[in-house]
Each structure stands twice: as structure tokens, then as C-alpha cells.
Ligand binder design. Structure first.
Ligand code: CO
Length: 289
């Protein structure tokens, strides 16, 4: 009797599974793209995001594109100004509710750091959501593979090589992190140095710092320095920590040490060639949906 009951239960399970499978298959496949950035509270820095969106639109005509910011602090600031921007989890839940079944999530981060890891967890959690998203995949950040770094070093060099001369150097300001992937900053400088010794990368919150860079500049007799953000947008860090008038900005520190300082307030995402790298990563996952 017990055996019959077991078989009966097993049969129920199989039938149940098949009917779920059948209804899932009946759901119309609806694809969408979710672009995810740390975010910025500077309206003028949004040109970088507009530029990305334009490129994604022309690469994926007719596909719904939505945005999410990972920074809770920035979403709070924007909310106070009356602008509601979703977190990645909110955006994915909403997309599921709106009937999207396959979502390509593109990280607009620079390195695969903490922000990227967190996003990966979120995206994985939304895979196979009952009555929601069936498949969601996450595209790699700007720098991931060797070929990403090579491509970016070439674009940067073609854009800024005229600023690197015998007594003139370029210092990029990266964010930096306590995450193991901080190694991408000194690592990427190596790629840049294949083009010229005049490129340096420093970070606000990681290694190397500006202090690590200055002795090398002085030893090489550098007199003039151009500061450029190594971040997707020229936001708070670029405007204040890099180019600000305060005594602890990179501009002020370098000027106090006798350097002539020029500023380029342009986020990486404002360059179409750089955006191309993110779009290639997006195309990769979109084709796998
Ligand atoms: Co920061």
C-alpha cells in the first residue's frame, strides 16, 4: 500500500512539473536591457549616461532599455529632488511584473569589484523567478579580460597621446577599492605604459594613491600634469577630489608642489570607443538569452 502511495505521489510530482513547464513555455518571450551604474547626483554628469543609452539604443533597436543605480546614497539624494531611480532589485522586480522574461543586465562599472559582485548576486537571484523573469544575465564591467584592457589602453592613447610629452604627464583618477580587484588599477597602468611612460593611474580610495605617483613625476622632471577621471562619469570625485579648489584636491596638492595642472572633466562613458567595450559585453550576454 505504501509503495502504491509513493508511486501515486511521484506521478503527481511529474504531472505537476509538466504542467508548470507547459505554462512557462506558453509565456511570450519578452527581452529587455537593464543598464546598471553606481549612479551620480550631478545632473551635468549624466551626459555620460545619455551617451551610453544612445549607443545601446542604436545597437538594439526596439528593445526596452531601463536603468538602475546601485548607490543607495545617490538614490536617496535624487529622491529628495523628486527623481525616483530604482535599485537593481527594484528594477528587475518591476520588469518581471511588466512581463519581461529575458533580461540582459549590463554593469557599467569599471572593474569587477564589490559593486559588480553585489550586482551578480542580485541578477542570479532573479533567474527563474516564478511569474517573473525567467533568464537574467550579467554583462562584464569595462575591464575584465586582457583584450578589454588592450582595447581601452589603445582608445585612451589615441585620445590623449598629445598630452604626454617629455615634461608632461597624464594622471588618471580611478576610484579604488578594498576589494581584491583593486589590482586592476596598477595593472591597467602597465597596459597604458606599453603606449607611453607618461601615463599614471592613481586612486581615491585604493592603491596607488597620488603620493605614490608624485616622486616618479619629480624624478622624471615632469612640470605639467593633466588630470582625467578614470570613472564612467565626471561626478563628485572628479569635480571635488580631483579638480576641486579645496587644499586636499589632487589639483591643489600638485600645484602646491610646483606642477602646472590641466583638467579634463570627462567621464570614460563620454567616449564612444570606450562605450563600445561595454556594448560588446552586453551583446555577448544578450545573444545568450
Ligand atoms: Co566614492
Amino acid at each position: 500500500m505504501r509503495k502504491i502511495l509513493h508511486i501515486f505521489l511521484l506521478l503527481l510530482l511529474v504531472v505537476g512539473y509538466q504542467s508548470t513547464y507547459a505554462t512557462d513555455r506558453d509565456v511570450e518571450v519578452k527581452r529587455a536591457i537593464l543598464l546598471v551604474s553606481f549612479g551620480t547626483s550631478y545632473p551635468e554628469a549624466r551626459v555620460a549616461f545619455d551617451n551610453i543609452e544612445e549607443s545601446v539604443k542604436s545597437e538594439f533597436p526596439g528593445v526596452e532599455i531601463r536603468w538602475a543605480f546601485t548607490s543607495k546614497m545617490i538614490r536617496k539624494i535624487l529622491k529628495r529632488r523628486g527623481e525616483d531611480i530604482n535599485s537593481p532589485a527594484e528594477a528587475l522586480a518591476e520588469m518581471g511584473e511588466d512581463g519581461f522574461t529575458h533580461v540582459a543586465v549590463q554593469s557599467l562599472h569599471i572593474i569587477p569589484g564589490q559593486e559588480y559582485d553585489d550586482l551578480k548576486h542580485t541578477v542570479e537571484a532573479f533567474n527563474g523567478m516564478p511569474k517573473g523573469i525567467q533568464v537574467s544575465k550579467l554583462g562584464k564591467p569595462l575591464l575584465f579580460t586582457d583584450s578589454d584592457s588592450r582595447a581601452l589602453a589603445s582608445f585612451i592613447n589615441s585620445e590623449y597621446s598629445s598630452l604626454v610629452k617629455k615634461r608632461s604627464s597624464v594622471i588618471f583618477m580611478g576610484h579604488g577599492t578594498v576589494h581584491a580587484s583593486n589590482i586592476y588599477y596598477p595593472g591597467f597602468q602597465y597596459y597604458l605604459n606599453q603606449k607611453s611612460d607618461g601615463y599614471f593611474i592613481g586612486t581615491v580610495e585604493g592603491f596607488p594613491t597620488l603620493d605614490n605617483i608624485v616622486p616618479g613625476l619629480e624624478a622624471n622632471g615632469v612640470k605639467r600634469v593633466t588630470l582625467i577621471p578614470f570613472m564612467s562619469v565626471a561626478g563628485d570625485h572628479a569635480k571635488n577630489d580631483m579638480a576641486g579648489e579645496g587644499s586636499d584636491s589632487w589639483r591643489s596638492i600638485l600645484e602646491a608642489r610646483g606642477f602646472k595642472v590641466d583638467i579634463v572633466l570627462k567621464g570614460l562613458a563620454e567616449s564612444d570607443d570606450v562605450v563600445r567595450v561595454w556594448i560588446d559585453h552586453l551583446k555577448e550576454i544578450y545573444s545568450e538569452l
